[in-house]
Design a protein around this ligand. Structure first.
Ligand SMILES: NC(=O)c1ccc[n+]([C@@H]2O[C@H](COP(=O)([O-])OP(=O)(O)OC[C@H]3O[C@@H](n4cnc5c(N)ncnc54)[C@H](OP(=O)(O)O)[C@@H]3O)[C@@H](O)[C@H]2O)c1
Length: 306
């Protein structure tokens, strides 16, 4: 177990007294897989999944990201089994606006009935009376942020917050215009978009959110279903006596103080490795090399498409 390690300092959610360590944990990898259906059904090793969650929390992780559409329902049920009754300082962040088709697809579910049902399902499967943070995941495009008004679904979540079922609201897979629209409806404490060493479309947005005290929580911090691979990253890792994944996480933590990381893993070995990344300091010259990775990737991608 990784014990006595500072998990990259803490961040206080805006407008609240809730603080979380900046090194958190993403629970999506705890669901299973059925052929082409990803994040589907129970994991092969339920006890192993429970052990990962318990060790994460015992090591000081107090920010867990989840959703009832992982499994569906399976991941939340495993979290409850592993961790309830929950430690007082644990912040569980879930997300709504999607349901799973029988073929494993991710289907928008942003109507009043669907969102209200999703909040009830999350409460029930997690065994909670109130959800700490609920992210509205924009579904105008499943794969990347796309413009469209989120006023109607967000108003439903704001009403559920008024009724005491939700403490804080965040957003996921959103554009700056959608964040601005949301802030006119309800306070936003966090934004969860796709971002990592090689995928840096949100560079300017992260700085804007930092100025407003809003957490930025990158999903796919390690590349998600296609783990990050880069010669520069491997080189940096060998220079720092670390693994490439540790360097990718440390880079995010050094990138901006409002970044909270939620690497996903179903492996105790990877969990320990990821937690240790919280103490890795990347020197300025190596950071400069790593900053070039996204430009190299962009150049390769432009060359491919030209
Ligand atoms: N808002 C959204 O739309 C959205 C979308 C996707 C994800 N998320 C959230 O973001 C969290 C993080 O994303 P993610 O889990 O999809 O992707 P990720 O953290 O970028 O990468 C997870 C992958 O990396 C592997 N891995 C983890 N640690 C490793 C290590 N030290 N060495 C080598 N491989 C390692 C995992 O496999 P092993 O299990 O074998 O370690 C898994 O295949 C999710 O858990 C979920 O909570 C949100």
């Amino acid at each position: 177990m990784v014990q006595g390690v500072d998990l990259a300092g803490s961040f206080t959610l805006s407008g609240s007294s809730r603080s979380v360590n900046r090194m958190g944990y993403g629970a999506m990898q705890l669901a299973g897989r059925d052929g082409n259906k990803l994040v589907w059904g129970p994991p092969r090793d339920v006890d192993g999944a429970i052990a990962v969650l318990r060790e994460a929390v015992a090591s000081g992780v107090n920010h867990i990201d989840t959703s009832d559409f992982y499994g569906p329902h399976v991941t939340n049920q495993i979290i409850r089994k592993a961790l309830a009754p929950y430690p007082a300082d644990l912040v569980i962040v879930t997300k709504v606006s999607c349901r799973r088709g029988d073929d494993g697809s991710w289907i928008p579910a942003m109507s009043r009935e669907e969102l209200t049902g999703a909040v009830r399902d999350n409460l029930c499967n997690l065994g909670l009376d109130v959800l700490d943070v609920v992210n509205l995941r924009s579904m105008f495009s499943v794969h990347q942020p796309a413009e469209g008004s989120i006023e109607a679904p967000l108003t439903v979540l704001a009403e559920l917050r008024q009724r005491g079922l939700i403490r804080h609201i965040g957003l996921s897979n959103v554009t700056p215009a959608q964040i601005a629209e949301a802030q006119r409806i309800v306070p936003i404490v966090c934004v969860q978009n796709h971002y990592n060493l090689a995928h840096r479309a949100d560079d300017a947005l992260i700085a804007d959110l930092a100025r407003e005290g809003i957490a930025y929580v990158p999903f796919f911090p390690l590349g998600g279903f296609t783990p990050l691979q880069s010669g520069t990253l491997s080189e940096a890792a060998s220079q720092l006596d670390a693994t490439p994944m540790q360097v990718a996480l440390a880079w995010l933590l050094q990138r901006s103080p409002n970044i909270l990381v939620i690497p996903g893993t179903s492996s105790l070995t990877h969990l320990r490795e990821n937690l240790r990344a919280a103490t890795l300091q990347i020197p300025a010259e190596v950071l400069a090399d790593l900053d070039a990775v996204s430009r190299q990737d962009a150049a390769v991608s432009t060359a491919r498409h030209s």
